[in-house]
Ligand binder design. Sequence first.
Ligand SMILES: *Cc1c(COP(=O)(O)O)cnc(C)c1O
Length: 399
Amino acid sequence: MGKDLIKLVGGPTIQDQTMPNDIDMAKENAHKIVDFIADYYKTLQDLPVLSQVKPGYLSELLPDSAPQWPESLQDVLDDVHQKIIPGVTHWQSPNYFAYYPSNSSIAGFLGEMLSAGFNIVGFSWITSPAATELEVIVLDWLAKMLKLPNQFLSSGFGGGVIQGTASEAVLVAVLAARDKVLRKVGKEALNKLTVYASDQTHSSLQKACQIAGIYPENFRLLKADQSSNYSLDPEALSEAISNDLSSHFIPFFLCATVGTTSSAAVDPLRDLGKIAKENHLWFHVDAAYGGSACICPEYRHYIDGVEGADSFGMNAHKWLLTNFDCSLLWVKDRSALIQSLSTCPEFLKNKASQENAVVDFKDWQIPLGRRFRLWPLAHSLLSVFVSFHHYRTRTMATS
Ligand SMILES: *Cc1c(COP(=O)(O)O)cnc(C)c1O
């Protein structure tokens, strides 16, 4: 009956193109796409990095309403070539130097293909145990590579989770911290909660505070200038906190940055952490940009003092050879996140979750659904290790 229906509306071509169990057709088309991408990479270097089109260019090239009949893959690829590529800014071009590096890798890219093939929506353990367990394991590996304190590992009270972006990471940290303090002082004190960061901090913190209902007038961006290499001055922080305390505010959140957006400044984590601890602030470290470098022993010192942090975020999709989006967040107290973000409607109940035997990452993030992002990350990490090992053995053999 289904097949008849397809015939009725579109004839055999629609059926050929859409039947998901026509694996041979899928394979042939996938090969064509891979060839197309390979050709793109071959010519990438010669394309203008910044798209040269004018706003609205695409509506002149495409019809007003969706096409009634399917086109062949070749026609679609021709369209991509002629109409889409001119409107692309080429982030993977070797001549691309805007914003930050978005360095994927062959491993990262192939991992994405695997992930797309499985198309898992792994919000709780039962929806794909491998997705959750691999994420837990790989985030523990990475925490160890970064030499994060043991409290950030899944074996204790903490653990790591993949968020879409650093903006989501800081948002969930603010929410967890907000609710933790409000549980102590009472919900009506929301208008008293204050947040601290330097004026070099990424705007994602401001957005997180807006979403979390923090009063905009309680958002303290402390001036950082040349005298401190654009890092947050611990004395200025202490002073701001004291002033607020004497005016009966409730300081609750501090965000430090490792690698600020405008100048890659690094805030002094150790001193800031001490102040946060003395004043019972949640201390978040945003190392979205700089964090990946700290895996190298010679750069690890930039996160010295991370021991004092409650949460630490880093974007694997910036320097860690992983496709966008893959932002890593570790927390010391996962129960704080879960208390803020957990819901348990009837349709999500299952034995493993109810026995508290598993991690359900839906309770560590804003959305319910989540993709299997770990294929790219695990795959690129493994490839990096393998190439590093080869490199080492080869250089050792020749020296
Ligand atoms: C890139 C960056 C962000 C924002 O990244 P998204 O993942 O796009 O939200 C936040 N903070 C710092 C320091 C960054 O470098």
